[in-house]
Design a protein around this ligand. Structure first.
Ligand SMILES: O=C(O)CCC(=O)C(=O)O
Ligand SMILES: [Fe+2]
Length: 337
């Protein structure tokens, strides 16, 4: 099926057939934009997504003392309060105007961290959703391997996916619920300066983003000085429930010697909304390889032909996925410093 596409908007790609053509479109989108929408072919139903947003609302409207019971710690799991994360510390007067709840990997339907009281009854549902997100990422990773023409003898379509197999050990994968409240009048807020999520790139391999109708605000930084452009919840001409937005993180970009783009993005207070914005909810799944995965060069001619595959080798050592993530986290949380 042909994708909806124009030169000036983030591509919208259906995954249904999983063909080589689809794989090529994904790789092209990842090279040019680092972002793409999946219009069809995800096994995650809309009712499941809606249900997760219900649970998210339930959590964020629960009492602060309950949230504090699962405050974020050095393992990157738990609740982070308003302004506690600063994604772009050099350029922000105040921390991000958001709250977030990070779930690390679940194991056999069980969370590996304290859950807030509001979500304890929903542990299995949350675990299932995280699993479905991971499955979708594995599908994308198989298509990337196909699109990068990794030979069968080298692992073929499984080259990335096998390194993200959760049966092989823990990883930094995170399911994150996000809440960007409207800012009440009188709050310490400067519309021209303050931001919901500061400019950053993601840290992992593949990120899935779930958004709500009409809760816009995400922007991506175009390459070559192209400036900021909106990544709308619904791409132009796209009717119906919002498609899942996919972007690539620093690790996959590093792994592919910069061939696949890890695009800087941010979340702003929508300029047309009233002062302080409306509430925005979003959900993100950050997919990471198994911690012990060595980030060796990808056996793809397309990657190697770039001529700078040494991006993985400049230090003379091969780092693991866990080491890569640790260096990224240290930069954005106080506790990581
Ligand atoms: O809420 C969003 O739309 C984006 C969040 C994001 O980029 C992140 O948490 O890394
Ligand atoms: Fe992000």
């Amino acid at each position: 099926m042909a994708s909806v596409r124009s030169e000036s908007t983030i591509p919208v790609i259906p995954l249904e057939d999983g063909s080589a053509e689809c794989a090529k479109e994904l790789v092209d989108a990842a090279r040019q934009w680092g972002f793409l929408y999946i219009s069809a072919g995800s096994d995650i139903s809309q009712s499941k997504i809606d249900r997760m947003f219900e649970l998210s609302k339930k959590f964020f409207s629960s009492p602060r003392e309950d949230k504090e019971k699962c405050a974020i710690s050095a393992n990157n799991r738990g609740w982070s309060s308003m302004h506690s994360e600063t994604l772009n510390p050099q350029n922000q007067r105040r921390g991000d105007f958001k709250e977030a709840l990070n779930f690390g990997e679940f194991s056999n339907g069980k969370a590996q961290q304290p859950l807030p009281p509001s979500l304890v009854p929903h542990e299995v549902e949350l675990a299932k959703f995280a699993d479905q997100c991971h499955e979708l990422c594995l599908r994308l990773l198989r298509l990337f391997a196909l699109g990068l023409k990794i030979d069968k003898e080298d692992g073929g379509e499984e080259w990335f996916a096998s390194r993200h197999d959760q049966a092989n050990g823990p990883s930094g994968s995170i399911l994150r619920l996000l809440y960007y409240p409207a800012i009440p009048p009188g709050a310490d807020y400067i519309p021209e300066v303050d931001i919901r999520a500061g400019a950053h790139s993601d840290y992992g391999s593949v990120t899935l983003l779930f958004q709500r109708p009409s809760q816009d605000g995400l922007e991506i930084l175009l390459p070559n000085g192209g400036g900021w452009t909106a990544a709308p919840v619904n791409p132009p001409g796209y009717e119906g429930p919002p498609p899942i937005l996919v972007n690539l993180g620093d690790l996959l970009s590093y792994w592919t010697a910069g061939l696949l783009r890890s695009t800087i993005h941010r979340v702003i207070f929508p300029p047309h909304a009233r002062r302080g914005g409306e509430d925005r909810y979003s959900m993100v799944y950050f997919c990471h390889p198994v911690d012990t995965t060595p980030l060796v060069p990808v056996p793809s001619k397309i990657v190697q032909e770039r001529g700078n595959r040494g991006a993985n080798e400049t230090e003379g050592t091969v780092i693991t996925a866990a080491q890569h993530l640790k260096s990224k986290l240290a930069a954005s949380y106080e506790w990581g410093k």
